[in-house]
Design a protein around this ligand. Sequence first.
Ligand SMILES: [Zn+2]
Length: 553
Amino acid sequence: MKTNSFFTVLLLLLTFTACQNNKDSKATLVVINARIWTGNTAQTWAEALAVRGDSLVFVGDTEGGKKWIDANTKVIDAQGKMVTPGFIDSHVHFLDGGFNLTSVQLRDAKTKAEFIKRIADFAKTVPAGTWITGGDWDHQNWGGELPQAAWVDSITPNNPLWLNRLDGHMSLANSAAMRLANISAQTSDIKGGEIIRDAQGKPTGVFKDNAMDYIYKVVADPPKEMKDRALVNAMQFVASKGVTSVQHMGTWDELATFRRAREQGTLTTRIYANVPLSTWARLRDEVATKGLGDKWLRIGGLKGFVDGSLGSHTAAMLAPFSDKPSDSGLFVTPLDSLFSFTLNADKNKLQVMVHAIGDKAIREQLTVFENVEKQNGRRDRRFRIEHAQHIHPQDIARFAMLKVIPSMQPYHAIDDGRWAEKVIGHERCRTTYAFKSLIDAGANLAFGSDWFVAPPTPLEGMYAAVTRRTLDDKNPNGWMPEQKITVEQALRAYTMGAAFASFEEKIKGSLEVGKLADFVILEKDLTNIAPETIRDVKVIATYVGGKAVFEAK
Ligand SMILES: [Zn+2]
């Protein structure tokens, strides 16, 4: 007992001394004359902020901010520019994004000829034997004809090729890749996936969802150094877009890459690294021995899949596709597995987030969440549905009722909006990307990009959510305009909404004293410009923990 009280006294003394020191020392960084959108509803706008170490010590007016300046303080006069909390991207595939930055770029290949030419040009730059991966092609760009190995075999004789569609739900293999995977007409189909075949039953090169595993199994794993480099590329790229935190949907191997960077102190983006839902037991053990991580790298979340994607006709729908009446999509994971994984993960206090795109997938997963809560009892568990694209109107209110977070990617709305009505018809599109209905119902909306699937650019995402102008500019007043939201609602979904979705709203998501000094300086006040110009606003600088991780030239 004696020793204990001695230490208590010592601790109090130390705390007291520390407080005294803090009170005397000034800020390391002060921003003044800014138009600060704080994200804090108690004080939405401010002019100045002060940083000491990695945290905010002051948010208020410029006069007050100046009091924190001494000879050693770096001072930024923002000259009326906008400052917002650092953007949090609630759904990325971070290393794939990093790898794709240096791979063949097919996203905007508008014709079959362009598609082939870009691959031919890229193949010339790659050593023989190396896998050509990435790509992000979109067959909708040239009218919907799926690519085939025959298109690219003659231009890639020395390289296995495995290029994904931009949604990641189907990929094209060339014949070299299919040979390595022993694919032939005899290769059997796989549950939750599809192999596209010609009239003779011979695979043509496109593999969908679970069938992609045939090729993934043989794709050579890049060396560690390449993964580390992809991470650096990814961090630099998102910093230039104002992103300070990402929530990553990936693998244990990717977590290992993040951990190497964390140990070397080289992370400049904060990462919440989620691993596959089926590995809940491993994550349980990992958290038990190593904890949940820290403000740079956090674990504790699991990501699963219910269905595929709309563009691949693999989203699970309650009614058949309008342009393919024989088909209503598929389940990538059987429902009983989803239930048992979720039940066990939740019992162990792990967070569960599940990809569900079609209305049937969303409905079934909401029911899984509902039943798990019934069985495990009430707690603050923050279940999430990733994408939540095509919600049946009757299920919108369930997000709020069950406190399930819709984690959505507004850029997809203006991308898919070009062709979604062809696939599911007008009526079902009315509650597609139903941002406004979800907010009105009281759901906690979190925004992200799904990078590499879409660009990790919150300003483009906000533009998409606010204007709903499709990428082809064919809907100048917005596609399904009744689902448009305000700039501040979009900002919230990219900051506090996303912070809440990773249990980190106490340390980030708004600019408040005591929170991390993660913020962005923007050229213009987003709330005070024509909405259609939001995507053109420049990021001037991005700060993480009070340090500049990006500054515009
Ligand atoms: Zn994703």
